[in-house]
Design a protein around this ligand. Structure first.
Ligand code: NAD
Ligand code: NA
Length: 396
Protein backbone atom coordinates (compact mmCIF):
# COMPACT_ATOMS: atom_id res chain seq x y z
CA UNK A 1 0.00 0.00 0.00
CA UNK A 2 0.96 3.69 -0.21
CA UNK A 3 1.90 4.81 3.30
CA UNK A 4 1.52 8.41 4.37
CA UNK A 5 2.09 10.10 7.74
CA UNK A 6 -1.03 10.30 9.91
CA UNK A 7 -0.39 12.67 12.80
CA UNK A 8 -2.21 12.65 16.07
CA UNK A 9 -0.78 15.05 18.64
CA UNK A 10 2.76 14.10 19.52
CA UNK A 11 2.70 10.87 17.61
CA UNK A 12 2.39 9.64 14.10
CA UNK A 13 0.10 6.65 13.69
CA UNK A 14 1.85 5.26 10.63
CA UNK A 15 5.43 4.35 9.80
CA UNK A 16 7.22 3.70 6.52
CA UNK A 17 9.30 0.50 6.23
CA UNK A 18 11.63 1.77 3.49
CA UNK A 19 12.13 5.11 5.23
CA UNK A 20 13.00 3.36 8.48
CA UNK A 21 15.32 1.02 6.61
CA UNK A 22 17.07 3.94 4.94
CA UNK A 23 17.53 5.64 8.32
CA UNK A 24 19.16 2.51 9.72
CA UNK A 25 21.40 2.16 6.64
CA UNK A 26 22.42 5.82 6.99
CA UNK A 27 23.34 5.21 10.65
CA UNK A 28 25.35 2.13 9.72
CA UNK A 29 27.20 4.03 6.99
CA UNK A 30 27.97 6.84 9.39
CA UNK A 31 29.46 4.48 11.98
CA UNK A 32 31.51 2.67 9.33
CA UNK A 33 32.80 5.99 7.96
CA UNK A 34 34.22 6.83 11.39
CA UNK A 35 36.37 3.70 11.56
CA UNK A 36 36.59 0.69 13.84
CA UNK A 37 36.03 1.00 17.59
CA UNK A 38 37.86 -1.44 19.86
CA UNK A 39 34.72 -2.03 21.91
CA UNK A 40 32.56 -4.74 23.45
CA UNK A 41 31.97 -7.89 21.39
CA UNK A 42 28.76 -9.16 22.98
CA UNK A 43 26.17 -6.52 23.71
CA UNK A 44 22.65 -6.42 25.11
CA UNK A 45 20.64 -3.29 24.32
CA UNK A 46 17.43 -2.76 26.31
CA UNK A 47 15.36 -0.22 24.37
CA UNK A 48 17.13 -1.07 21.10
CA UNK A 49 14.58 -0.12 18.45
CA UNK A 50 14.60 3.69 18.32
CA UNK A 51 16.47 6.77 19.55
CA UNK A 52 19.68 6.39 21.54
CA UNK A 53 19.23 2.64 22.04
CA UNK A 54 19.05 1.90 18.30
CA UNK A 55 22.08 4.10 17.67
CA UNK A 56 23.95 2.33 20.48
CA UNK A 57 23.18 -1.01 18.85
CA UNK A 58 24.36 0.23 15.46
CA UNK A 59 27.55 1.67 16.99
CA UNK A 60 28.36 -1.63 18.74
CA UNK A 61 27.54 -3.87 15.77
CA UNK A 62 29.00 -1.86 12.94
CA UNK A 63 31.74 -0.10 14.92
CA UNK A 64 33.06 -3.15 16.79
CA UNK A 65 31.54 -6.15 14.95
CA UNK A 66 29.63 -6.93 18.12
CA UNK A 67 27.02 -9.63 18.46
CA UNK A 68 23.90 -7.86 19.69
CA UNK A 69 20.66 -8.79 21.37
CA UNK A 70 18.02 -6.08 21.28
CA UNK A 71 14.99 -5.82 23.56
CA UNK A 72 12.13 -3.46 22.74
CA UNK A 73 8.36 -3.05 22.86
CA UNK A 74 7.01 -2.42 19.38
CA UNK A 75 3.79 -3.00 17.48
CA UNK A 76 3.99 -5.64 14.77
CA UNK A 77 2.29 -4.88 11.45
CA UNK A 78 -0.86 -6.52 10.19
CA UNK A 79 -2.33 -6.44 6.70
CA UNK A 80 -3.37 -2.84 6.00
CA UNK A 81 -1.87 -1.53 9.24
CA UNK A 82 1.71 -0.42 9.59
CA UNK A 83 3.98 -1.47 12.41
CA UNK A 84 5.46 1.05 14.84
CA UNK A 85 8.70 2.58 13.55
CA UNK A 86 10.87 0.63 15.99
CA UNK A 87 9.61 -2.58 14.40
CA UNK A 88 10.71 -1.51 10.93
CA UNK A 89 14.00 -0.15 12.31
CA UNK A 90 14.67 -3.52 13.89
CA UNK A 91 13.73 -5.43 10.74
CA UNK A 92 16.25 -3.28 8.88
CA UNK A 93 18.90 -3.68 11.56
CA UNK A 94 18.47 -7.46 11.62
CA UNK A 95 18.69 -7.62 7.82
CA UNK A 96 21.84 -5.51 7.65
CA UNK A 97 23.49 -7.39 10.52
CA UNK A 98 22.73 -10.71 8.86
CA UNK A 99 24.17 -9.43 5.58
CA UNK A 100 27.34 -8.37 7.40
CA UNK A 101 27.64 -11.78 9.08
CA UNK A 102 26.94 -10.38 12.55
CA UNK A 103 24.94 -12.21 15.19
CA UNK A 104 21.77 -10.25 15.95
CA UNK A 105 18.59 -11.35 17.65
CA UNK A 106 15.69 -9.39 19.03
CA UNK A 107 13.05 -9.82 21.71
CA UNK A 108 9.79 -7.87 21.48
CA UNK A 109 8.00 -7.52 24.82
CA UNK A 110 7.75 -5.66 28.10
CA UNK A 111 11.29 -5.21 29.43
CA UNK A 112 9.87 -4.31 32.85
CA UNK A 113 8.48 -7.84 33.24
CA UNK A 114 10.25 -10.80 34.84
CA UNK A 115 9.23 -12.91 31.85
CA UNK A 116 11.15 -10.82 29.30
CA UNK A 117 14.18 -10.60 31.60
CA UNK A 118 14.21 -14.39 31.89
CA UNK A 119 13.72 -14.84 28.15
CA UNK A 120 16.65 -12.49 27.48
CA UNK A 121 18.91 -14.23 30.00
CA UNK A 122 18.02 -17.62 28.51
CA UNK A 123 18.87 -16.35 25.03
CA UNK A 124 22.24 -15.00 26.20
CA UNK A 125 22.99 -18.33 27.88
CA UNK A 126 22.05 -20.32 24.80
CA UNK A 127 23.71 -18.16 22.14
CA UNK A 128 26.41 -15.92 23.65
CA UNK A 129 27.16 -17.36 27.08
CA UNK A 130 27.83 -13.92 28.52
CA UNK A 131 27.68 -10.27 27.46
CA UNK A 132 30.26 -7.59 28.16
CA UNK A 133 28.11 -4.50 27.64
CA UNK A 134 24.51 -3.79 28.66
CA UNK A 135 22.93 -0.60 27.36
CA UNK A 136 19.81 0.50 29.21
CA UNK A 137 17.85 2.93 27.04
CA UNK A 138 14.19 2.56 27.90
CA UNK A 139 11.81 5.49 27.65
CA UNK A 140 8.24 4.69 28.58
CA UNK A 141 5.25 6.53 30.02
CA UNK A 142 4.10 3.45 31.96
CA UNK A 143 5.54 0.54 33.91
CA UNK A 144 3.73 -2.43 35.35
CA UNK A 145 5.70 -3.34 38.45
CA UNK A 146 6.76 -6.98 38.21
CA UNK A 147 6.34 -7.68 41.93
CA UNK A 148 3.12 -5.81 42.77
CA UNK A 149 1.41 -5.88 39.36
CA UNK A 150 0.54 -2.19 39.81
CA UNK A 151 0.71 -0.08 36.65
CA UNK A 152 2.52 3.20 37.29
CA UNK A 153 2.20 6.20 35.01
CA UNK A 154 4.89 8.86 34.74
CA UNK A 155 4.03 12.55 34.42
CA UNK A 156 5.95 15.60 33.21
CA UNK A 157 5.28 18.21 35.85
CA UNK A 158 7.14 20.80 37.89
CA UNK A 159 7.61 20.28 41.62
CA UNK A 160 6.57 22.81 44.27
CA UNK A 161 5.14 25.49 42.02
CA UNK A 162 3.23 26.07 38.82
CA UNK A 163 5.48 26.34 35.79
CA UNK A 164 4.64 28.93 33.17
CA UNK A 165 6.67 29.43 30.05
CA UNK A 166 6.63 29.39 26.28
CA UNK A 167 6.08 26.29 24.23
CA UNK A 168 5.57 25.58 20.54
CA UNK A 169 3.21 23.29 18.70
CA UNK A 170 5.80 22.01 16.26
CA UNK A 171 3.18 20.99 13.72
CA UNK A 172 1.77 24.52 13.37
CA UNK A 173 4.67 26.67 14.61
CA UNK A 174 2.36 28.50 17.01
CA UNK A 175 4.13 29.69 20.16
CA UNK A 176 1.93 29.96 23.23
CA UNK A 177 2.31 30.21 26.97
CA UNK A 178 1.60 27.10 28.97
CA UNK A 179 1.06 26.63 32.65
CA UNK A 180 1.64 23.27 34.26
CA UNK A 181 0.37 22.60 37.77
CA UNK A 182 2.84 21.17 40.24
CA UNK A 183 3.06 17.44 40.77
CA UNK A 184 1.58 15.64 43.74
CA UNK A 185 3.74 13.34 45.87
CA UNK A 186 2.10 10.40 44.06
CA UNK A 187 3.05 11.88 40.67
CA UNK A 188 6.66 12.10 41.79
CA UNK A 189 6.74 8.57 43.18
CA UNK A 190 5.09 7.13 40.06
CA UNK A 191 7.48 8.90 37.71
CA UNK A 192 10.47 7.64 39.69
CA UNK A 193 9.03 4.12 39.58
CA UNK A 194 8.67 4.28 35.78
CA UNK A 195 11.79 6.17 34.70
CA UNK A 196 14.12 5.81 37.73
CA UNK A 197 16.73 3.13 38.21
CA UNK A 198 14.79 0.30 39.85
CA UNK A 199 14.22 -1.68 36.67
CA UNK A 200 17.84 -1.17 35.52
CA UNK A 201 18.99 -2.57 38.86
CA UNK A 202 16.61 -5.54 38.53
CA UNK A 203 18.06 -6.34 35.12
CA UNK A 204 21.62 -6.17 36.37
CA UNK A 205 20.94 -8.20 39.54
CA UNK A 206 19.17 -10.92 37.60
CA UNK A 207 21.90 -11.05 34.96
CA UNK A 208 24.63 -11.15 37.59
CA UNK A 209 22.86 -13.95 39.47
CA UNK A 210 22.44 -15.92 36.23
CA UNK A 211 26.13 -15.60 35.42
CA UNK A 212 25.56 -13.97 32.04
CA UNK A 213 27.81 -10.95 32.68
CA UNK A 214 31.44 -11.41 31.68
CA UNK A 215 34.40 -10.42 33.85
CA UNK A 216 34.73 -6.63 33.58
CA UNK A 217 31.26 -6.20 32.05
CA UNK A 218 29.92 -2.68 31.82
CA UNK A 219 26.42 -1.23 31.86
CA UNK A 220 25.34 2.24 30.78
CA UNK A 221 22.06 4.10 31.15
CA UNK A 222 21.16 7.46 29.61
CA UNK A 223 20.25 10.68 31.35
CA UNK A 224 19.59 14.31 30.53
CA UNK A 225 20.30 17.57 32.34
CA UNK A 226 19.60 20.53 30.05
CA UNK A 227 19.67 24.27 30.66
CA UNK A 228 18.09 26.61 33.21
CA UNK A 229 15.31 27.33 30.71
CA UNK A 230 13.83 23.84 31.01
CA UNK A 231 14.98 23.10 34.55
CA UNK A 232 11.67 23.69 36.34
CA UNK A 233 9.82 21.24 34.09
CA UNK A 234 12.67 18.83 33.36
CA UNK A 235 15.62 18.40 35.70
CA UNK A 236 13.90 19.86 38.78
CA UNK A 237 10.54 18.36 37.84
CA UNK A 238 9.17 14.85 38.16
CA UNK A 239 11.32 13.41 35.34
CA UNK A 240 14.40 14.99 36.94
CA UNK A 241 13.63 13.13 40.16
CA UNK A 242 13.57 9.93 38.13
CA UNK A 243 16.91 10.84 36.53
CA UNK A 244 18.37 11.60 39.99
CA UNK A 245 17.27 8.12 41.01
CA UNK A 246 18.68 6.53 37.84
CA UNK A 247 22.02 8.28 38.36
CA UNK A 248 22.17 7.19 42.02
CA UNK A 249 21.35 3.64 40.95
CA UNK A 250 24.53 3.55 38.85
CA UNK A 251 26.50 3.59 42.11
CA UNK A 252 24.35 0.85 43.64
CA UNK A 253 24.81 -1.34 40.57
CA UNK A 254 28.55 -0.56 40.41
CA UNK A 255 28.83 -1.86 43.97
CA UNK A 256 27.07 -5.10 43.08
CA UNK A 257 29.22 -5.58 39.98
CA UNK A 258 32.45 -5.37 42.00
CA UNK A 259 32.45 -9.17 42.22
CA UNK A 260 33.06 -9.33 38.45
CA UNK A 261 35.12 -6.11 38.25
CA UNK A 262 32.16 -4.62 36.41
CA UNK A 263 31.20 -1.01 35.88
CA UNK A 264 27.93 0.91 35.87
CA UNK A 265 27.82 4.35 34.34
CA UNK A 266 25.38 7.00 33.23
CA UNK A 267 25.91 9.02 30.07
CA UNK A 268 24.26 12.41 29.87
CA UNK A 269 23.18 12.87 26.26
CA UNK A 270 22.14 15.83 24.16
CA UNK A 271 18.53 16.96 23.68
CA UNK A 272 17.26 15.36 20.50
CA UNK A 273 14.00 14.78 18.71
CA UNK A 274 12.75 11.33 19.67
CA UNK A 275 9.29 9.96 20.35
CA UNK A 276 10.02 10.40 24.05
CA UNK A 277 11.20 14.02 23.93
CA UNK A 278 8.51 15.40 21.59
CA UNK A 279 5.94 14.75 24.29
CA UNK A 280 7.67 16.97 26.85
CA UNK A 281 6.29 20.53 26.98
CA UNK A 282 8.76 23.36 26.32
CA UNK A 283 11.44 20.93 25.02
CA UNK A 284 10.45 21.20 21.33
CA UNK A 285 10.84 25.01 21.42
CA UNK A 286 14.18 24.64 23.17
CA UNK A 287 15.31 22.03 20.65
CA UNK A 288 14.31 24.14 17.65
CA UNK A 289 16.42 27.06 18.95
CA UNK A 290 19.27 24.75 19.98
CA UNK A 291 19.36 23.07 16.56
CA UNK A 292 19.58 26.43 14.80
CA UNK A 293 22.57 27.49 16.86
CA UNK A 294 24.40 24.16 16.92
CA UNK A 295 23.97 23.76 13.15
CA UNK A 296 25.29 27.30 12.58
CA UNK A 297 28.33 26.45 14.70
CA UNK A 298 28.83 23.13 12.92
CA UNK A 299 28.42 21.10 16.12
CA UNK A 300 24.95 19.62 15.61
CA UNK A 301 24.64 15.89 16.26
CA UNK A 302 21.87 13.32 15.98
CA UNK A 303 21.51 10.10 17.97
CA UNK A 304 24.05 8.22 15.87
CA UNK A 305 26.72 10.94 16.07
CA UNK A 306 26.17 11.07 19.84
CA UNK A 307 26.43 7.33 20.35
CA UNK A 308 29.37 6.89 17.99
CA UNK A 309 31.19 9.61 19.95
CA UNK A 310 30.21 8.00 23.26
CA UNK A 311 31.70 4.68 22.16
CA UNK A 312 34.77 6.00 20.32
CA UNK A 313 35.78 8.98 22.49
CA UNK A 314 34.50 8.09 25.96
CA UNK A 315 34.15 4.35 26.49
CA UNK A 316 36.64 2.69 24.16
CA UNK A 317 39.35 5.24 23.46
CA UNK A 318 42.05 3.25 25.24
CA UNK A 319 42.10 5.41 28.34
CA UNK A 320 39.98 6.01 31.45
CA UNK A 321 36.44 7.24 30.72
CA UNK A 322 36.24 10.93 31.57
CA UNK A 323 33.35 11.82 33.91
CA UNK A 324 32.05 14.93 35.68
CA UNK A 325 32.15 15.57 39.43
CA UNK A 326 29.08 13.32 39.82
CA UNK A 327 30.67 10.42 37.95
CA UNK A 328 28.61 10.96 34.78
CA UNK A 329 29.85 10.74 31.21
CA UNK A 330 29.00 13.94 29.35
CA UNK A 331 28.25 13.84 25.64
CA UNK A 332 25.96 16.83 26.14
CA UNK A 333 29.17 18.86 26.38
CA UNK A 334 28.60 20.73 23.11
CA UNK A 335 24.93 21.45 23.90
CA UNK A 336 25.94 22.87 27.28
CA UNK A 337 28.76 25.07 25.98
CA UNK A 338 28.46 28.64 27.33
CA UNK A 339 28.40 30.22 23.87
CA UNK A 340 25.59 27.86 22.78
CA UNK A 341 23.49 28.33 25.90
CA UNK A 342 23.82 32.11 26.05
CA UNK A 343 22.63 32.34 22.45
CA UNK A 344 19.70 29.99 23.08
CA UNK A 345 18.70 32.07 26.12
CA UNK A 346 18.76 35.24 24.01
CA UNK A 347 16.61 33.68 21.27
CA UNK A 348 14.23 32.26 23.86
CA UNK A 349 13.35 35.83 24.93
CA UNK A 350 12.61 36.75 21.32
CA UNK A 351 10.66 33.63 20.39
CA UNK A 352 7.10 34.22 19.17
CA UNK A 353 4.97 32.65 16.45
CA UNK A 354 6.12 35.49 14.18
CA UNK A 355 9.86 35.35 14.93
CA UNK A 356 10.35 31.60 15.22
CA UNK A 357 10.62 30.90 11.46
CA UNK A 358 13.65 33.21 11.36
CA UNK A 359 15.32 32.45 14.68
CA UNK A 360 14.52 28.76 15.18
CA UNK A 361 14.99 25.56 13.22
CA UNK A 362 11.40 24.38 13.17
CA UNK A 363 11.85 22.80 9.71
CA UNK A 364 14.77 20.78 11.15
CA UNK A 365 12.60 19.73 14.07
CA UNK A 366 9.74 18.69 11.81
CA UNK A 367 11.99 16.77 9.46
CA UNK A 368 13.58 14.92 12.37
CA UNK A 369 10.13 14.14 13.73
CA UNK A 370 8.94 12.78 10.37
CA UNK A 371 12.20 10.84 10.03
CA UNK A 372 11.44 9.05 13.31
CA UNK A 373 8.56 7.36 11.49
CA UNK A 374 10.44 6.81 8.25
CA UNK A 375 8.97 9.81 6.43
CA UNK A 376 10.78 12.65 4.62
CA UNK A 377 13.85 10.46 4.23
CA UNK A 378 15.98 11.30 1.20
CA UNK A 379 16.10 8.63 -1.49
CA UNK A 380 12.84 6.90 -0.55
CA UNK A 381 10.07 6.67 -3.14
CA UNK A 382 6.95 7.43 -1.12
CA UNK A 383 4.69 7.09 -4.15
CA UNK A 384 5.70 3.46 -4.60
CA UNK A 385 3.55 0.61 -3.42
CA UNK A 386 5.15 -0.81 -0.31
CA UNK A 387 4.58 -3.93 1.77
CA UNK A 388 3.68 -2.88 5.31
CA UNK A 389 3.31 -6.43 6.60
CA UNK A 390 6.97 -7.41 6.89
CA UNK A 391 8.16 -9.99 9.39
CA UNK A 392 11.31 -9.60 11.41
CA UNK A 393 14.28 -11.89 10.87
CA UNK A 394 16.03 -12.90 14.09
CA UNK A 395 12.99 -12.27 16.28
CA UNK A 396 13.04 -14.72 19.19
P1 NAD B 1 12.89 6.36 22.45
O1 NAD B 1 11.44 6.58 22.71
O2 NAD B 1 13.42 6.67 21.11
O3 NAD B 1 13.30 4.83 22.77
C1 NAD B 1 12.70 4.10 23.77
C2 NAD B 1 13.01 2.63 23.60
O4 NAD B 1 12.45 1.92 24.73
C3 NAD B 1 12.40 1.97 22.36
O5 NAD B 1 13.29 0.99 21.88
C4 NAD B 1 11.15 1.27 22.92
O6 NAD B 1 10.72 0.14 22.17
C5 NAD B 1 11.67 0.84 24.26
N1 NAD B 1 10.62 0.57 25.24
C6 NAD B 1 9.71 1.43 25.77
N2 NAD B 1 8.94 0.78 26.67
C7 NAD B 1 9.38 -0.49 26.72
C8 NAD B 1 9.01 -1.65 27.45
N3 NAD B 1 8.02 -1.62 28.35
N4 NAD B 1 9.68 -2.81 27.22
C9 NAD B 1 10.68 -2.87 26.31
N5 NAD B 1 11.09 -1.80 25.60
C10 NAD B 1 10.45 -0.64 25.80
O7 NAD B 1 13.64 7.18 23.59
P2 NAD B 1 15.07 7.89 23.70
O8 NAD B 1 14.84 9.35 23.58
O9 NAD B 1 16.09 7.22 22.87
O10 NAD B 1 15.36 7.63 25.24
C11 NAD B 1 16.24 6.63 25.72
C12 NAD B 1 16.91 7.15 26.97
O11 NAD B 1 17.69 8.29 26.64
C13 NAD B 1 15.93 7.61 28.04
O12 NAD B 1 16.44 7.27 29.31
C14 NAD B 1 15.92 9.11 27.88
O13 NAD B 1 15.55 9.81 29.05
C15 NAD B 1 17.38 9.34 27.54
N6 NAD B 1 17.69 10.66 26.93
C16 NAD B 1 16.90 11.17 25.93
C17 NAD B 1 17.22 12.44 25.41
C18 NAD B 1 16.39 13.05 24.29
O14 NAD B 1 16.50 14.26 24.09
N7 NAD B 1 15.63 12.28 23.57
C19 NAD B 1 18.33 13.14 25.88
C20 NAD B 1 19.13 12.56 26.86
C21 NAD B 1 18.78 11.32 27.39
NA1 NA C 1 16.24 4.23 22.88
Amino acid sequence: MIIEPRMRGFICLTAHPQGCEQNVINQINYVKSKGAINGAKKVLVIGASTGFGLSSRVSAAFGSNAATIGVFFEKAPSPGKTASPGWYNSVAFQKQAQKAGLYAKSINGDAFSNEIKKKTIDLIKADLGQVDLVIYSLASPVRTHPTTGVMHRSVLKPIGQTFSNKTVDFHTGVVTNISIDPATEDDIANTVTVMGGEDWQMWMEQMLAAGVLSEGAMTIAYSYIGPGLTEAVYRKGTIGRAKDHLEATAFTIADKLKSINGKALVSVNKALVTQASSAIPVIPLYISLLYKIMKAKGIHEGCIEQMQRLFADRLYHGDATPTDDKGRIRVDDWEMRDDVQSEVAKLWEQATTETLPAIGDLPGYKTDFLNLFGFAVAGVDYAADTDENVSMPGLV
